[in-house]
Design a protein around this ligand. Structure first.
Ligand code: NAD
Ligand code: LMR
Length: 445
């Protein structure tokens, strides 16, 4: 089949994930052929390290693709079909503060969950909105596939502030968990699993999993999760699990599962259901941000520099993992009408029957040229409904706080989070966060 060639801009060209996405795009030229590949970032120096290596990779493996890296929005966003976005506003140094400030007060310090996620959300909102505006100005027909975190808060902000934007917010965590589940069950790949799942981003549960023949996979899976969480066999071939903190999270799924054995959980629920355990096992002086800086960031940038110096990527260690696979597959489904079933973050509008229409939920959707069509997951039980409604309110309050520049609303958001014990602790964290984010957040009244 002769597929129409696509033009893609990766926004956040200097991200540690960019080179992996480039490898995946190049490996998929038969399924998702490119005419142009562009990088856009607001940090020229950081982007150029990744761009110089990727230029070598493209020249060597797919020289027919026109490649360009720029910090000029008009050059970047003109004539594109897809914006693949993964920016980190404030960088890993601000992530470190998001994690370490709450820990000082005995509260979970995490990139997307709890007060750290809210602080990151307040920084991300204007960054992602700016990308949408560039896309709408220079390529109004394009789709933005957005990985930029905290995805739940960003999704609520984009729903409210740019309601007609062609943006799809996505997360690779369910795919990464399903990859481990495929290993556990002895399946060739996670694409053999057909699932029913509901919740919010980093806050959801699977109710059903079958194989393509309709055989129920849940009994065998539950037996495993009850004993080992998502770990054990899962470590093989899953690069995430090389890292200690992720291995711990995958094992802890055992205890998260125990709270509701009728479903299997997203790993991030450990931050809400076992915050005391998480804090007791955290090192307040060395958090996930430090782990990422010392491992992924260091390795990716060293490898990019090596490729640029050698002017060849023949023996590169850069890999295209499930993170890259998911975004390229989604773009392919939109471009070529494949009607694939994928978990996306979308407006509820009845997908979860007993939840407000305007919540941004993560549910399976059918993806085609028409966009996405969410599947109905029906009514959910009291336990999940209670947790989800509390968390939706937290996320909405953060966006209220951003829009209204309201100290009160952000204090309420932090107070309401299941990770925070009281309004007084919330206030202490908030006051320190305001100082740390002085150059990023709007001034709160
Ligand atoms: P990183 O800091 O290595 O890269 C982010 C890049 O974004 C940097 O080069 C930075 O200069 C750029 N940037 C920051 N603000 C920008 C702006 N306003 N405009 C343009 N560029 C901007 O970060 P990373 O660790 O590679 O992560 C990138 C993003 O992907 C983060 O938001 C992370 O949370 C997210 N992520 C999401 C998922 C998911 O499944 N949703 C998974 C992994 C990572
Ligand atoms: C990352 O930086 O990789 C995050 O987005 C997820 C993690 O590893 O903590």
């Amino acid at each position: 089949m002769n597929l129409e060639k696509q033009s893609v801009v990766i926004a956040g060209g200097g991200s540690t994930y960019t080179a992996g996405i480039v490898m995946m795009l190049i490996e998929n030229q038969d399924k998702f052929p490119l005419r142009k590949l562009k990088f856009y970032d607001n940090d020229e120096e950081r982007q150029s390290v990744v761009a110089k290596a990727c230029e070598v990779i493209v020249k060597e493996r797919a020289p027919e693709i026109e490649f360009l890296a720029t910090t000029d929005p008009s050059e970047a966003f003109t004539d594109v079909d897809f914006v693949m976005a993964h920016i980190r506003v404030g960088g890993l140094s601000m992530r470190e503060k998001d994690e370490k400030i709450p820990l000082k007060y005995g509260v979970v310090g995490q990139e997307t969950c709890g007060p750290g996620g809210m602080a990151y959300g307040m920084r991300s909102i204007p960054g992602v909105i700016e990308l949408i505006d560039y896309m709408e100005k220079y390529s109004p027909e394009a789709w933005m596939l957005n990985y930029s975190n905290p995805a739940a808060i960003v999704a609520e902000a984009t729903r409210r502030m740019r309601p007609n934007a062609r943006i799809i917010n996505i997360c690779d965590m369910p795919v990464a968990i399903k990859k481990s589940i495929a290993d556990i069950l002895g399946l060739k790949s996670e694409s053999e699993i057909v699932d029913r799942y509901y919740g919010l981003n980093h806050f959801g549960w699977w109710t059903e999993m079958t194989d393509k023949q309709g055989n129920d996979l849940m009994p065998k899976l539950k037996e495993h999760v009850a004993k080992y969480g998502y770990a054990a066999a899962a470590s093989e071939g899953n690069p995430l699990l090389d890292e200690e903190s992720w291995m711990d999270t995958f094992k802890k799924a055992k205890d998260v599962y125990a709270v509701d054995p009728t479903t299997v959980p997203n790993t991030y629920l450990k931050y809400y259901l076992y915050p005391d355990y998480v804090v007791a096992h955290a090192d307040p002086n060395y958090t996930r941000a430090n782990e990422v800086m010392d491992n992924r960031e260091k390795n990716v940038f060293a490898e990019c520099e090596r490729i640029a110096a050698a002017q060849t990527a023949e023996d590169t260690t850069i890999e295209a993992g499930e993170h890259a696979e998911f975004i390229v597959q989604l773009a392919g489904a939109l471009a070529y009408n494949t009607y694939e079933r994928m978990l996306l973050i979308v407006k509820n509008e009845g997908a979860i029957a007993n939840l407000d229409d305007d919540a941004m939920v993560e549910v399976p959707c059918i993806v085609s040229k028409r966009g996405y069509e969410p599947l109905c997951m029906g009514k959910i039980p009291h336990f999940q409904k209670g947790m989800i409604e509390q968390q939706v309110a937290v996320e909405k309050l953060v966006v209220d706080a951003y829009e209204e520049k309201s100290y009160q609303k952000l204090w309420q958001a932090m107070t309401l989070s299941k990770t925070v014990p009281s309004a007084s602790v919330a206030k202490e964290i908030l006051d320190e966060m305001i100082e740390a984010n002085a150059s990023w957040w709007p001034a709160l009244k």
